[in-house]
Design a protein. Structure first.
Length: 220
């Protein structure tokens, strides 16, 4: 949909940021997330294919937390390498924003993070920050959880579930944005998160399924 059709729904500073980056339209999951209450502080679970635009949904959420609500945002990823990738990406996209990364193995409160707007971390490190009762946690407005389908992972799922549960109990009016390309039970997860569910099958490149045998592909 055309970006201009959402001008009344998107806070002015965020709309200006999108225009500056050259956006003319929004992808389906992005427009659906806005309609679901992304800028009304509602929890949102986004289940759409890879490369469908979920990262921009996360960006809109943390921009709203920082620029509009004057709070902090935390972006939680499953791997340290991914944390580093997101840190580089967002630092380049938003040079005026104070972006920090906290993904080391040292068990501490990382008090220096109090000076930053957007904090990118792993679920294990975020758990450590919470257990150390980092003072800046009270200023967190939005938490984005990437790859939330890892809740189903036998080794990492329980820790992530506990992390989400603690967050929701300790931070008043917290907004949760959960992202995934593969969830088997999205309605159940949305209910547990008390989130609006955004589902869409749009992808930038068509995906065809077929079987390869003896040099030929038979498509479904």
């Amino acid at each position: 949909m055309e970006l201009s059709s959402f001008k009344q729904s998107i806070p002015e500073k965020i709309y200006a940021e999108l225009e500056k980056r050259g956006f003319k339209s929004l992808r389906p999951c992005q427009s659906k997330s806005i309609k679901a209450g992304l800028f009304d502080d509602k929890n949102v679970l986004v289940c759409t294919p890879t490369a469908s635009g979920k990262t921009l949904v996360a960006e809109l959420a943390f921009l709203n937390a920082i620029l509009h609500d004057k709070g902090k945002a935390v972006y939680v990823v499953p791997l340290r390498a991914l944390a580093s990738e997101k840190y580089k990406e967002f630092s380049k996209l938003y040079p005026k924003m104070k972006v920090a990364i906290s993904s080391g193995e040292i068990d501490s409160a990382d008090s220096f993070l109090e000076r930053y707007d957007l904090i990118i971390t792993t679920s294990e490190k975020f758990d450590s920050l919470i257990r150390h009762k980092a003072r800046w946690l009270k200023d967190v407005k939005t938490v984005i959880i990437d790859e939330i389908h890892l809740l189903n992972d036998p080794s990492r799922g329980p820790a992530l579930e506990v992390l989400i549960t603690i967050l929701r109990s300790m931070i008043k009016n917290l907004q949760l944005i959960a992202l995934s390309a593969t969830i088997g039970n999205p309605k159940d997860l949305a209910k547990w998160l008390e989130a609006e569910l955004v589902i869409d099958n749009w992808r930038p490149i068509r995906l065809d399924k077929g079987v390869y045998l003896d040099g030929e592909i038979e498509y479904e």
